[in-house]
Design a protein around this ligand. Sequence first.
Ligand code: ATP
Ligand code: MG
Length: 480
Amino acid sequence: MNLRKRLLLTNLSLLVIPPVLALVLSLAVFLPLASLWGTPVSFSEVEGALRMRASLFAAAAAIWRESPETAAREEFAWYVASSLGDLPAQVLVEKDGTQVAATGPLRMADLLDLGIGDPLLSTRTVTLKGTRYVLQSQRLAFGDGSTGAVHLLVETGPETETAFAFAVFALGTLFLSALLTSVLYSIRIHRSLASPLVRLNDAVSELRQGRLDREMLEEGDEEIRQVIRSLEALRLKLQESVDGRERVDESRKRLVESLSHDLKTPVTSIRGYVEGLLDGIADTPEKRRKYLETIRTKAEGLDRMLDDLVFFSRLELDQVPYDFQPTEPEVYLAACIEENREDFARDGMVFSLENQLSGHPRVCIDRDRMKRVFQNLFENARKYRKGDSGSIDVVLRDTPDRVLLEVRDSGIGIPPDSLPYIFDRFYRADASRSRADGSGLGLAIARQIVEDHRGALWVRSREGEGATFVVSLPKEPEDA
Ligand SMILES: Nc1ncnc2c1ncn2[C@@H]1O[C@H](COP(=O)(O)OP(=O)(O)OP(=O)(O)O)[C@@H](O)[C@H]1O
Ligand SMILES: [Mg+2]
């Protein structure tokens, strides 16, 4: 529920529930009891009883407004009696135990047995000479230290009394149900508003202290849920950026490690061979030639690696201009495959090309750069083949707005714990390190190039079951 609705509903309920509850309870409880007692209550009785009490109260107020001396005068007693209108009322005034005014047949002597105490204002029901009265006594304290009282007596009957009791009961239930309703609503508002806010505040404090791993659970009203949702999104973003930073740190660490390892290994081995030559260990011309050839191969590898590194940093710094040209993927890939077919066949690698494209979509690519992508994918398929042969199946597919170029191989596959890292620069799965030469830059470069084409490069693989790399590129609009 949203907050506005809840507040509106709460206010409405506070207005409606107590009176309805009071009415229902009074009707359901009091009325049957009253008829059981033999004094059924009619609404005109209730109205009359309430009017009588109100008139008595108004008279008391009028007496209070006057000085005790004025209030004790006979004319005032008559005035009060007349202010009670058509109520069957009498006023008795006493001073120092002596009656000073009486507007009806009753006398002070009739009241003496009642044992009227000394309250400021008291109201009770009494029976005098066989008639029931509501007696309201009001104390007077005169300037000369003496005391007195004004007694208002209004004739009443069991119906009026029951009606008044009904009114008191109804007002009591009204008050209690109003209290109960507001307590219940306070509890509900506390649950739906205050508690979630307190928990939200705790969660924000945790965020501030950098604890980003506690998920914020949605609770409370819609508005609060929205705030929680936004904060949860913020928390995830923060966590992502912290994770991202940790990954960058990690990859930088790996970069330094790999650089020192991958650059140092060939250099060390070149040094070894050079020393072998200098020390005369290579003592025959064939041996010397073998040493020199090894040195050349290692130096070439080193050179390639440095080239890759320079190329990659230029790519990353956006320093490589692209020459995009609309290209038909099936023609382009067929040419890429032809260029490599013979060389790869020497290593037992067989190519196939399957065209599942709908029509002849075109992609806008820098053909030389994109060749580097596929060259690396093919090289990887060859390097990480199983045994002495393997297949490279290139499959072309498309969706309404993208062309998918898949390179599937039948090689050793990629272990699940390496999958997230193979596109990181210098990352090489453990098995690859001992197996084949390489810098671990190939896929990082490939992904960078594909992304510079507004495309994406990803992989699917299971260890031991080959790997499928997918290059996804946006289709050129038909009329371009
Ligand atoms: N087709 C594949 N089959 C199995 N593992 C693969 C395949 N392609 C890549 N890998 C794994 O991913 C790692 C990274 O590949 P990448 O092409 O970036 O580096 P590399 O081939 O080792 O070196 P480089 O391409 O720079 O010469 C590889 O070392 C290998 O562990
Ligand atoms: Mg490679």
